[in-house]
Structure formats: C-alpha cells, structure tokens
Design a protein around this ligand. Structure first.
Ligand code: KG4
Ligand code: ZN
Length: 362
C-alpha cells in the first residue's frame, strides 16, 4: 500500500510517502524564519505559507520518489490538534486528492502520529507507555495499539516545549528556543536548587509548567545582565551565566517529566516499553534520563531520531499506513480539530475486505 502523509498543523508544511512500512521520501518547508520575526507563530501567516507551498511540495515529492499520483492508495492527513487555518489547508488538499484519485482518506490525530513515528526506525511493541512532549502538548498515554492511545495525564497550562520557547524568548534566543537551550544547557553547569520542580505534590499524572516559567523569568530579571547578541543563534556567543541558567532550567523540566513518567510506569506495571516523542523528545538530557530510567527497570526505551521528533510528514504517512492497513478510514465529512478540542474517535473501519485488498495492492 502506498500512503501519502500530509502535515500542516503548525508552521511546517510537509509531505511524505510510505510504502509497505518504509519511507520512500519526504519534503518539508519550514516557516520558522517567517515567524521568527514575530517571536512566535502568527496563525494567519502560517495558513498563507501552507497554501503557497503545499502544491509545489506535492509535485516535488512525487517526482523525487518517481511515483505517479494515481499510485497513491491512501491519503492521510494531520486533522489536529493544531492551528485551525493551517490544518484546513492540509485537510482540504488531502480531501481533494483522495476524491480526485479515488484513494482512501484518513484524518490522523497529530499527537498519535508523533508517538508512532519511531516505528519507521525501530520495532513498536504494544502495550506501552507513550510520553508526548511537543510545542503544544505534554501528554502521557497508555498505548494499547497504534489506534488505541488512552490518555493518562496532560499539561494543565504550558506544554514543555512552550516553556522552553517562552523562557528562550525572555533570554533573547532565536525562535523557537528549545533546541538552542538544549545546546546551551550542554555547555553549562546545572544548579538543581535554582528552579522548582512544579506540580509534583499530588498523585496525578498531569503537568503544569507555568510556575517554572515564572520562576525562570524572575531569575533572569534579577541575575542576568543580558549582555549577549540578540537574537542569539549560537552557543559560542553566549556567556557562561546564560549557559548555566539554561542547564538549570533544562534540568528542572527533565526532572519533572521523569517523576511523572516513573509514576505512570509504577501504576501500569504491565508496560515494559516507553515511547518518547514530539519536538522536546530531541532534548539530549531528556533522552539520556529516559533511557537510563528504562534500563533501570529492565524495559525498552524508544524515541525517534531527532529529525523525526519535530513536525514532519514521515510520521503522518507511516501512522496512516499502520492505521489504513488495519482497515481504518474516514469519509470526506471528517473535520479538522483546532488546539483545545479533543479529536473524536470517529474513524470508520473495513475489516474483512481489508486483507483481500491488501493482497491486491501489494
Ligand atoms: O513536535 P513539534 O515540532 O511541534 C508541535 O507539535 O508542537 O515541537 C516543537 C517544540 C518547540 O517548542 C521546540 O522548541 C521544541 O519542540 N524542541 C526542543 C528541542 N528541539 C525542539 N526542546 C528542547 N530540546 C530540544 N532539543
Ligand atoms: Zn507536533
């Protein structure tokens, strides 16, 4: 089965083709430079950029992969959560293609696609615990199957990536600041007493990073003199005090996430595998600590390589291939889901028909 994946939920326009579980190719246009001028994503600009790039990117992908549009069996698209205008560009493009080609159509939960991405590189094992740490979301799931992700905890305010980016902005780092903060942290000395580990004094699996952000803002205002080039693009231009501050902040976020993940694993003793996904899963310390945590528990740690952690369409095409292969699809009435609304479990499923169709297509 040849599956096209389309991703346009935030500020990356991306398309990819997956055939029989293998990535044939992917293309991506990042809008980071456009939004960097404003220090954050401007939704109206984002939709316009998606609209500008999506058609040419599709043509480029098909010619790079030497496939014809008529070869596509399934069009899968991120239906949300995300910016509504951005999602609508991808969803409308996907629906038009599926209709015109007579291909099957599937709208995916963008967060579930993040969690499944590692299947392109390593063998997935279910049931498992899924930690999704991205710019907009910090969620913990019990994953029963690729199509069954049960939420156990979520952020009540800022997501981990959002906290990195907002503190990065206060520090004058180029947007989005998460990746540079990671690099600065590696060159700094962390002081574990500097910042709080927020929202741990409870027995739930939710997160709240807004207090940590406020503590970081107060520290920056009081103790850092701000004498470095703004926006800061590289570690070499940063003074030691800035690197140390990033290291301490990074440690506070990672410690906090570790406590809740360990708590989730204690409560779900049958789960022997942990998947970490989303943009913040590229974070060096987070990966080290999660790997160590699973080693200690004699379990398995899975995380996609950094390029597959941040938004991309390889994950959308792969998740589409997995779910489409299991018979899931949508009809063209499927709606895009903006951030803040929970994506409904409204996939339709062919069962018996599926194996014979798979045989015919392969
Ligand atoms: O998953 P993603 O590409 O977009 C969303 O779906 O939100 O995640 C983007 C987020 C941004 O907040 C970015 O700063 C953060 O991931 N990020 C990182 C790192 N690389 C990206 N945060 C910490 N350390 C990193 N290495
Ligand atoms: Zn994402």
């Amino acid at each position: 089965m040849l599956c096209l994946g389309i991703e346009s939920s935030c500020d990356e326009t991306a398309l990819a083709l997956v055939q029989d579980g293998h990535l044939l190719g992917s293309v991506l246009a990042s809008q980071a430079d456009v939004h960097a001028l404003f220090g954050g994503v401007v939704p109206e600009l984002a939709s316009r950029e998606h609209y500008r790039y999506i058609g040419p990117l599709f043509d480029e992908l098909m010619s790079r992969c030497r496939r014809r549009a008529a070869d596509i069996n399934l069009v899968s698209v991120a239906r949300g959560p995300g910016l509504l205008g951005s999602l609508l560009v991808g969803v409308a493009f996907a629906k038009g293609l599926a209709l015109g080609l007579g291909a099957r159509f599937l709208g995916l939960n963008h967060l579930h696609a993040h969690l499944l991405a590692v299947g392109l590189e390593q063998t997935l094992a279910f049931p498992c615990l899924g930690l999704l740490v991205s710019g907009g979301h910090t969620h913990i799931y019990r994953m029963e199957a690729p199509w069954r992700c049960l939420p156990l905890g979520r952020t009540l305010d800022d997501a981990a990536g959002e906290a990195f980016d907002k503190v990065g902005k206060l520090l004058g780092l180029a947007y989005p600041g998460g990746r540079l903060m990671d690099a600065l942290a590696r060159a700094g000395r962390a002081d574990a007493r500097l910042f709080p580990r927020p929202y741990l004094d409870n027995d739930n699996l939710d997160f709240s990073f807004s207090g940590l952000k406020t503590a970081a803002a107060a520290y920056i205002e009081r103790y850092l003199d701000g004498s470095w080039p703004r926006p800061l693009h590289c570690v070499e231009d940063a003074p030691q005090a800035l690197k140390d501050c990033c290291a301490s902040f990074n440690l506070a976020v990672v410690d906090t996430v570790c406590v809740k993940v360990e708590r989730a694993l204690d409560r779900q003793p049958d789960l022997r595998t942990l998947i970490v996904a989303g943009g913040v899963a590229a974070n060096t310390l987070l990966r080290e600590r999660m790997a160590e945590l699973m080693r200690r528990r004699d379990g398995k740690f899975l995380a996609p390589s950094p390029a597959l952690c941040t938004d991309n369409a390889a994950m959308t095409a792969y998740a589409g291939w997995l779910l489409g292969g299991a018979g899931f699809y949508h009809d063209l009435r499927m709606e895009a889901i903006p951030r803040g609304r929970v994506a409904p479990e409204d996939m339709l499923r062919h069962a018996g028909q599926l194996q014979s169709e798979e045989r015919r297509l392969s």
